[in-house]
Design a binder for this molecule. Structure first.
Ligand SMILES: Nc1ncnc2c1ncn2[C@@H]1O[C@H](COP(=O)(O)OP(=O)(O)O)[C@@H](O)[C@H]1O
Ligand SMILES: [Mg+2]
Length: 293
C-alpha cells in the first residue's frame, strides 16, 4: 500500500486525540459501509462478553431490519423499541428488554414501519439520541452498544455521530484494502462536522484460515494501518456463528463449555476496555482476593 496513504491515515489519527467523556455512560457504535460483514454478530457476542465482565450493557438495535432481535428471539418483532423512542415514547422502562444476564439489557429496533409512517422530526434525531444515552445513564448503564444498518449515512450516520467510539468490522476480502481509507475519511468528515466520535478499532471479520487471499488481506491491512487502529483479535469465519444465530444465542451459550470463538469476544471486550478507557470503579482501589484464605 502506498506510503502516502499511510501518512494520510496517521494524520487523521493524530487529530483524534482522546477527549474527556462528559457522560458516565460510554456509547459505542458498530458501523460498516457494506452489509453482511458481521456487525450484528459482533454486537450480540461483544455485548454478552461486556456484561459477563461486569459492565451493565444496553444493546440497541438501530437497524430497521431488526437483526439483533431476529438473531435472539423472533418475538421481539412485535415489541416497541428504538424507533418508538425516536418517535415519541420516552419511557425506556417500557422499551428495554431484560435478559437472563442481569447486566445485559436490549432495546430492540421496534416498530420501524409504523414509526416511519407517522414520521419523526429528522432535525431532532441528534437530541433524541442524546436523550436515549442520558436515559441509559439514569438506568445505571455503563456501556451502550449500538448496532447500525449498513452504510455511513442516514440514521447510521446520526448514531455514529452520537457515540463516543465506533468499531469498524471489516470483512477480510480484497475490497477491504480499498474501502478502509474511504471509511476513515468519512469518519474524519463527521469529526470536522463537530462529532466527537473516535475509532475504537477496525476489526477483521470472516477471516478464512485456509484461504490465502483472506490471509493476504489480513497481512496487507495490518501492514498498511497503524497498529493502534486495529484490534489484535480477528473474527474467523466459522459455522458456529451461523449455528448460534439459528439457535438465537451468543456463541458462548451454544455449548456448556464455550468454544474458543466465544472466548475471542472476551479478548475483544478486554481490548475495548483499554481503548475506550473503561475502568470498573472497584478497580481503582482494588484489593486482591487471594486464591487461598
Ligand atoms: N465469523 C463468522 N463466521 C461465519 N458466519 C458469520 C460470521 N459472522 C457472521 N456470520 C453470519 O453471516 C451473516 C451476516 O452476519 P451479520 O452479523 O448479520 O452481518 P451484518 O450485521 O454486518 O449485516 C449471518 O448469517 C451471520 O450468522
Ligand atoms: Mg446487521
Amino acid at each position: 500500500m502506498a506510503v502516502a496513504s499511510r501518512t494520510r491515515l496517521r494524520a487523521i489519527l493524530a487529530s483524534w486525540q482522546r477527549q474527556p467523556n462528559i457522560r458516565a455512560v460510554i456509547a459505542i457504535a458498530t458501523a460498516s459501509q457494506k452489509g453482511g460483514v458481521g456487525k450484528t454478530t459482533l454486537c450480540i457476542n461483544l455485548a454478552y462478553s461486556l456484561a459477563r465482565r461486569g459492565w451493565t450493557t444496553l444493546l440497541v438495535d438501530t437497524d430497521p431490519q431488526g437483526g439483533v432481535g431476529l438473531s435472539l428471539a423472533r418475538s421481539t418483532r412485535s415489541k416497541l423499541g428504538f424507533y418508538d423512542f425516536l418517535s415519541g415514547e420516552r419511557d425506556l422502562n417500557k422499551l428495554v428488554l431484560p435478559t437472563r444476564l442481569p447486566e445485559l439489557q436490549i432495546l430492540p429496533c421496534g416498530q420501524y414501519n409504523a414509526c416511519a409512517r407517522r414520521g419523526w422530526p429528522v432535525q431532532e434525531v441528534p437530541a433524541r439520541l442524546a436523550d436515549l444515552l442520558r436515559g441509559a445513564e439514569l438506568r445505571g448503564v455503563d456501556c451502550v452498544l449500538m448496532d447500525t444498518a449498513a452504510g455511513l449515512n442516514g440514521m447510521s450516520e446520526s448514531v455514529v455521530k452520537a457515540c463516543d467510539y465506533v468499531i469498524l468490522p471489516q470483512q477480510a476480502e480484497p475490497l477491504a484494502v480499498r474501502s478502509v481509507p474511504h471509511m476513515l475519511e468519512t469518519l474524519a468528515r463527521f469529526r470536522a462536522e463537530g462529532a466527537g466520535v473516535k475509532v475504537a478499532g477496525i476489526l477483521l471479520t470472516m477471516v478464512t484460515m485456509d484461504s490465502r487471499i483472506s490471509q493476504k488481506v489480513v497481512s496487507e491491512l495490518r501492514a498498511m494501518l497503524p497498529a493502534d487502529l486495529m484490534f489484535d483479535q480477528n473474527v474467523p469465519r466459522l459455522p458456529s456463528f451461523l449455528e448460534a444465530s439459528a439457535m438465537g444465542v451468543p456463541v458462548a451459550l451454544l455449548k456448556k463449555n464455550p468454544p474458543p470463538e466465544a472466548i475471542l469476544f472476551d479478548q475483544l471486550a478486554a481490548e475495548l476496555e483499554q481503548r475506550a478507557g473503561l475502568v470498573l470503579e472497584r478497580e481503582s482501589n482494588q484489593s486482591y482476593a487471594s486464591l487461598l484464605d
